[in-house]
Design a binder for this molecule. Structure first.
Ligand SMILES: [Zn+2]
Length: 182
């Protein structure tokens, strides 16, 4: 198990668009495994490669059904097909979006920040797995929100970019304060 360091805002790599992966080799598989280990260690439900300093279009998702602070657990929502599943998306592309949803999101690169963000309710995504095999998903609920959040990371977009100006400056001040205290 290898846990990588998760970079926090305003690390420049978080604001940089990642190029596509074109080599599917053993190094990529190891990196994907490290990303899953890192995400589990940090109690995150999604992670993009640039959050651990690597500029490549790779993201991982694992949304536990229980003990998941991003969903209300009282009462526990019914288990969906995407709960408790390890997902790896390489070179993901959103092919269709539908509906609107507002959800209070968090991000491992913005500790202790939770703010509402508007996104599409459903997305259809084409991607490759770590073996280079192509697959498609129709994502709903928190899976869809998480996938859009992580694909944004690959484009150098952080969730504060989706907030109002006022919220953005509040979050930036909080993050600066945090930086100066470390
Ligand atoms: Zn994030």
């Amino acid at each position: 198990m290898a846990v990588l360091k998760v970079l926090e805002y305003p690390a420049k790599v978080l604001l940089t668009k990642s190029p596509e992966v074109d080599v599917f080799d053993a190094d990529l598989k190891k990196f994907v495994k490290d990303m899953h280990d890192t995400m589990e260690d940090a109690n995150g439900i999604g992670l993009a490669a640039n959050q651990v300093g690597a500029l490549k279009r790779v993201l991982t998702i694992f949304i536990p059904h229980q003990d998941n602070r991003y969903e209300d657990d009282e009462p526990l929502e019914p288990k969906m097909g995407w709960h408790d599943k390890k997902f790896t998306f390489i070179n993901p592309k959103i092919t269709k979006k539908q509906g609107k949803v507002r959800f209070q999101e968090g991000c491992l690169s913005f500790p202790e920040i939770f703010e509402n963000v508007d996104r599409a309710a459903d997305v259809w995504v084409d991607a490759f797995d770590e073996n280079g095999k192509e697959f498609s998903v129709h994502a709903t609920g928190l899976f869809s929100i998480c996938l859009q959040h992580e694909i944004d990371h690959l484009d150098g977009i952080v969730f504060t970019d989706r907030m109002s100006r006022l919220k953005q400056s509040m979050v930036k001040k909080k993050m600066q304060k945090r930086g100066s205290m470390d």
